[in-house]
Design a protein around this ligand. Structure first.
Ligand code: GRF
Length: 202
């Protein structure tokens, strides 16, 4: 059975690209991205999707309240028979309707070692706090902000001479490794959620 993946994006889409590449290279088997949805018309992620023949949809938030917007998303997900929903640089909060409909089937990547530095500009928060180790987290999405059960994390050192930009780049490299890896584990049915704990049966 092929796992059908939908991806929500708002911008550049480098994590989307990393997942596309993993599927193309056969690191993730039995999965395909069936649709990419953006809340921004000019998101480069939409172009990346089109290049691979993936349905790329700009869904304009104007004129919708949040629940209405999320219902539009749910319709698109249903049309594409979606099994797994990925947030990849999607800068909007997801409403509870989607989360309930896709419980333990929505993943997000966050550029900090959660539960530290939730929310926007996580790398800047870490840098300004003066941590010596930073990193990124792939987690299931629940109703809270960056609070769902953690699937994978990767850490990087904060080096003397780093700026927010160099640290962000070092974290991003790790994002591109652990997000596709988490997707692979999901697709292979290897993730078991027990309360807050996610067990990877690999
Ligand atoms: C990444 O840093 C991700 O962790 C965060 O938003 C950024 C998206 O980058 N949620 P991209 O659009 O995947 O290049």
């Amino acid at each position: 059975m092929t796992v059908k993946i939908a991806v929500l994006v708002s911008g550049r889409g480098s994590n989307l690209q990393a997942i596309i590449d993993s599927i193309e290279k056969g690191h993730i088997n039995n999965a395909r991205i069936s649709v990419v949805i953006s809340n921004k018309a000019d998101a480069y992620a939409l172009e990346r999707a089109r290049k691979y023949g993936i349905d790329a949809v700009f869904l304009d938030p104007a004129g919708h309240d949040r629940a209405g917007y999320d219902r539009e998303i749910l319709n698109i997900l249903a049309e594409h028979d979606t099994d797994l929903l990925l947030l990849a640089g999607y800068f909007r909060l997801l409403g509870s309707e989607i989360i309930e409909a896709y419980r333990h089937r929505v993943l997000n990547i966050h550029p900090s070692l959660l539960p530290a530095f939730k929310g926007l500009h996580a790398q800047r928060q870490a840098f300004e706090y003066g941590v010596k180790v930073a990193g990124c987290t792939v987690h299931f999405v629940d109703e809270g902000l960056d609070s769902g059960p953690i699937i994978l994390q990767s850490c990087v050192p904060v080096l003397p001479g780093d700026t927010e930009e160099t640290l962000t780049a070092r974290i991003l490299e790790q994002e591109h490794i652990i997000y596709p890896e988490a997707v692979r584990l999901f697709v292979e049915g290897k993730l078991k959620v027990e309360g807050r704990n996610v067990i990877a049966l690999d």
